[in-house]
Write a protein that binds this ligand. Structure first.
Ligand SMILES: Nc1nc2c(ncn2[C@@H]2O[C@H](COP(=O)(O)OP(=O)(O)O)[C@@H](O)[C@H]2O)c(=O)[nH]1
Ligand SMILES: [Mg+2]
Length: 230
């Protein structure tokens, strides 16, 4: 994945830093990354030892990235790295705050998931639309963000849906979905567990509370305004 991102970015004339966020995994990720670091000066590694999980890892990567435009991508090739320049173009040239790789707009698709996994994901996407109706696939892990919208915002990352946390609690005004084809991993196992589903429900309530009870932001109202206007 490091090599694939590097190739895509070179071709698109994007000067990127790649940040690998590892949760002390036992698959030699750290050794492999350190080895590649000998021949790449734009590769960083964060090794975490506490509070493991995808969203906390993404948040730490976002906070430690040197550039203001940050792309999040899974490492198992479920997300197509060749789409990165499209995200970049929307953030950099068109001034969007956030760009989401969507499985649930025209041209978007999921390949090789079981019917049950598709149902779970689509159900979660529908639930997400109750709070953030202007985004069809708020749970996508393939998204890019201009970190200016996170200034002064405290997020509580949990579960798999980091993009939903950002949409529900930050100061975005312009969000764009672009279609992606999500392919299930070819080897290894998904880390999705029932605990992750429960964490999503807790996150959903927390976003509602953050907006309507604590009144820390008005992302839900803004999302509904955007949805009703279009
Ligand atoms: N750092 C870190 N990454 C994780 C964790 N769980 C999942 N990931 C990464 O998140 C991405 C999606 O996870 P995966 O197990 O493939 O879930 P699925 O694609 O939704 O079935 C992959 O790139 C994983 O390596 C975690 O606990 N910590
Ligand atoms: Mg995966």
């Amino acid at each position: 994945m490091i090599q694939a991102i590097e190739t895509v970015c070179r071709q698109a004339h994007i000067h990127e830093e790649i940040v690998v966020v590892d949760d002390s995994s036992a698959d030699r990720t750290v050794d492999v990354v350190k080895d590649i670091q000998n021949s790449m000066d734009n590769l960083s590694l964060i090794v975490r030892t506490r509070n493991p999980g995808l969203s906390p890892s993404l948040y730490e990567g976002i906070q430690n990235a040197k550039a203001p435009l940050v792309q999040c991508i899974d490492c198992d090739f479920s997300h197509p790295p060749e789409k990165i320049p499209v995200f970049y173009q929307h953030l950099h040239n068109q001034g969007y705050d956030m760009v989401i790789g969507s499985r649930y707009i025209d041209g978007g698709e999921v390949r090789n998931w079981s019917f049950y996994r598709e149902l779970l994901s689509f159900g979660a996407a529908l639930l997400g639309r109750v709070l953030i109706p202007n985004v069809k696939d708020s749970g996508s892990g393939f998204f890019a963000v201009n970190t200016r919208i996170l200034d002064g915002v405290t997020l509580t990352p949990r579960g798999f849906r980091m993009g939903f946390e950002i949409l529900g609690k930050s100061n975005w005004t312009r969000v764009k979905e672009i279609s992606i084809v999500f392919k299930d991993r070819e080897s290894g196992e998904s880390k999705l567990r029932w605990r992750i589903v429960l964490q999503y429900l807790i996150q959903w309530v927390s976003i509602l509370e953050y907006n309507l009870i604590k009144k820390e932001c008005n992302s839900i109202a803004r999302a509904w305004k955007h949805f009703l206007r279009n």
